[in-house]
Ligand binder design. Structure first.
Ligand code: NAD
Ligand code: MG
Length: 359
């Protein structure tokens, strides 16, 4: 039986196709392969690929090598961790163990080819994992970070450049409205446009009693976590084309706040909430807005004042995997929410919390 191509509502033998139809077919084939490789584990893909596609010979279901399967309870470090306080905002390169942001593991498959992303807090933790993954998926990336984090940031810049993508470093303090405006303008001029914004930077300082929360600390937390995303999105919006994606990093704290995170937890509830209101406002413009809600993840935020010393040492022991997450384990979520094939996902919060917390 020969190969057939589906015209609007009939099937045509391949050798009767017009040149345009042949080109379209090649594009569809590439798309099918990309979606299968990107969206499913290789072993699952081999098992579940649609018989129709397989029969038409449009999808390569042959996967070489052993099945890629790993036990999530065994692949990453478990507590206890050694005590390692650092002054805010901390450097992840000085942590033990150093957080895994996918530096040696993340493999791209062209899901963000030609996209232009700005990621705040892109030097370390989840932002760094997103920056590395985005570059490997084919995006140009601008990262923002606090000036004292230059060392972590330069590692990320080098990793992005290694993929042959544009890497723009924009240090500065997000608590300043003027800086947030400059950040957006510098990202747009450096990247030649903008279509992904990841508002990921965050301030978390653990304080046991509300009576010890200073006005300065409360204000700094609000400025970093609530005002900065507002200033950045407002400045960027006139420049975002339809198809753009905005992603906020919220937290399980939005839903189940810890007693020592009075200021922080409410900013994460605000993040979850702005994702949902902006998704409604910007949906008609073709701009999607989503959030990621991590549970406990091993990052510099936690050892630079984010958690009490005892909690740092046993960090993540209470999850169902008996360990904290690593930023690399969330990278694919940031990719998924930015990618054009997630076109119906807006106003959503995707969680990754090791079986505890919400959503
Ligand atoms: P991280 O310390 O690696 O990243 C946070 C980044 O925020 C810093 O690297 C810094 O660049 C940036 N930042 C903070 N204040 C800033 C300021 N004033 N100006 C410029 N940059 C500033 O830690 P992370 O855990 O990867 O944090 C990323 C996001 O994840 C944060 O929004 C955090 O609230 C959220 N989160 C973390 C956890 C966790 O357990 N680590 C859990 C839920 C949510
Ligand atoms: Mg950092």
């Amino acid at each position: 039986m020969g190969r057939y191509f589906k015209r609007k509502d009939s099937y045509t033998p391949l050798n009767n196709l017009t040149e345009t139809e042949k080109l379209n077919m090649n594009e569809e084939n590439k798309m099918s392969r990309r979606q299968v490789v990107a969206g499913l584990g290789a072993a699952i893909a081999a098992a579940t690929v649609s018989p129709a596609l397989a029969a038409a010979g449009t999808t390569n279901t042959q996967v070489d090598g052993p099945a890629k399967i790993s036990d999530p309870t065994k692949i990453y470090p478990k507590p206890p961790f050694k005590s390692q306080p650092q002054p805010w905002p901390g450097l992840q390169s000085k942590m033990d163990p150093v957080p895994d942001c996918g530096e040696t593991s993340y493999k791209g498959s062209g899901r963000l080819t030609g996209r232009k992303a700005l990621i705040t807090g892109g030097d370390s933790g989840m932002g760094r994992a997103a920056a590395i993954a985005y570059a490997r998926e084919g995006a140009d990336v601008a990262i923002n970070y606090y000036p004292t984090e230059e060392q972590d940031a330069q590692e990320v810049i080098a990793l992005i450049k290694k993929e042959g993508r544009k890497a723009i470093a924009i240090p500065g303090d997000l608590r300043s409205e003027d800086f947030c405006k400059q950040l957006v303008q510098k990202a747009i001029s450096g990247l030649g446009g903008l279509d992904i914004i990841v508002n990921n930077a965050g301030r978390q300082q653990s304080v046991n009693s509300i009576t010890d929360v200073t006005t300065e600390e409360f204000d700094a937390t609000m400025k970093t976590n609530v005002y900065a995303p507002f200033w950045i999105i407002r400045e960027a919006l006139p420049h975002l084309p339809p198809g753009s994606a905005i992603i906020g990093t919220t937290s399980e704290q939005a839903y189940d706040p810890s007693p020592d995170l009075y200021a922080y937890a409410q900013t994460k509830a605000a993040t979850m909430n702005y994702v949902k209101s902006l998704a409604k406002q910007l949906g008609p413009k073709g701009i999607r807005v989503n959030g990621v809600a991590p549970g406990p993840v091993w990052t510099a935020l936690q050892i630079s004042g984010g958690a009490q010393p005892e909690k740092q040492q046993m960090f993540g022991s209470w999850t169902m995997l008996a360990r904290p997450g690593q930023p690399a384990e969330l990278a694919s979520i940031y990719v998924q929410l930015a990618a054009s094939d997630a076109s119906f996902a807006t106003g959503q919060i995707y969680g990754a919390s090791g079986g505890v917390g919400q959503p």
